[in-house]
Design a binder for this molecule. Sequence first.
Ligand code: HH2
Length: 269
Amino acid sequence: MQARPLVMGVLNVTPDSFFDGGRYFDRDAAIARGRQMVAEGADVIDVGGESTRPGADPVDEAEELRRVLPVVAALAKLARVSIDTMKPSVAAAAVDAGATLVNDVSASLASVAAAAGVGLVVMHMQGTPKTMQDDPRYEDVVREVHGALRAGAAAARAAGVEEVYVDPGIGFGKTLEHNLALLGALPELVAAGEPVLVGTSRKSFIGRVLAPPGAAPLPPAERFEGSLASAVWAMAAGVAMVRVHDVAPTVHAARLVGRAARRLGAARR
Ligand code: HH2
């Protein structure tokens, strides 16, 4: 068992990501932020060059490569880097530049990770970012998402990927109720056996849960406490890694959860 849940720091080299868009679009600013997250204790830096927020427009390949490659190359000398992309060519080039984990939000990059001998995050998404929040529907969201993740992980292993994380894809084609059901079912997903990654950081369901009755959802800037609470919830449920914007407080929380979880494990033996 790892000593504490791992913390993946989000680094969006984009003008339009829903929380950090524009802050790290400049290459030097992105590298500086990556260094800062490493100093704060991040275990992995997740570099992305294309926003996947609801309604986002796709970015063309040359532009995405221009955004991410220099940042991946610089940060891979300091820490483990993952590449958050939906494009095989971007994933492959980022691995060449030093990334060792492919964060595959489109569940289509297993062969790239296998060929390169790197890890893979298999994330669930219904639809595509452009339209995924229009009218997401499931008969049984937990059964369907967990089933898709089991199948995705099995396919990745069959393709030859040795390190696989599964991620229920909070906010990717899901209503508030779908997101809460998936968070409530994290212990079940953990018990299924694959290491679990979860990303709730600053997402809109938090703004909805925390808004007073009848009021508009809280904006991303006011979702910190809810983000941290949801990360603690996920870590206490046994997930292997959380994906967050707020690295320093989450690393502190992870240390606490890790210590308490070890005591719980000892008490149950
Ligand atoms: N969420 C986002 C992006 N990538 N990857 C995984 N594995 N899990 C997630 O939950 C996840 C993800 C969306 O957040 P962010 O990167 O902050 O925003 P944007 O997509 O607008 O760049």
